[in-house]
Design a binder for this molecule. Structure first.
Ligand code: ZN
Length: 140
């Protein structure tokens, strides 16, 4: 099932330059910064109640985030839906004719399994499915 909006992804050229707006002006708390190899990005998670904001900074020109910023500038990149049993969710979604960017989940930040739906199938919104290890089923 889909449980909540896990986070909203925001493309930024520089986490360092963007962070003070969130931490100093909005007084939100930085939850941590890490590199996500599968997406060639550095991400900063900012806690906001049950959800988070995810600032995404490209680590290489081949990063999907670099391409996004080049085409459209900085700004909202995706909405992440927190789910359980992500493999089953992907199958259900595909059975309903929705295209996924990849058929298998990839490893995202904080050990989460993530998969994106193709914006062509979703009214131009890039939705990420996101299963956190602690919130999903037991991992053997
Ligand atoms: Zn995300």
């Amino acid at each position: 099932m889909i449980k909540k909006i896990d986070h909203i992804g925001i493309a930024v050229s520089s986490i360092e330059a963007s962070l003070p707006f969130y931490t100093d002006i909005l007084n939100l708390t930085l939850d941590g910064i890490e590199e996500v190899e599968s997406q060639k990005v550095r991400v900063a998670f900012i806690k906001i109640g049950e959800s988070k904001l995810e600032l995404l900074e490209p680590l290489s020109p081949e990063s999907p985030i670099a391409t996004f910023i080049e085409k459209r500038g900085e700004g909202i990149h995706h909405i992440a839906l927190g789910v359980t049993s992500i493999e089953e969710r992907i199958q259900e979604i595909k059975q309903n004719g929705i295209q996924m960017l990849a058929d298998e989940p990839k490893l995202g930040a904080a050990g989460a399994k993530i998969a994106f739906m193709h914006p062509k199938s979703t009214g131009k919104v890039l939705y990420e499915l996101c299963e956190k290890p602690s919130e999903g089923e037991t991992i053997e």
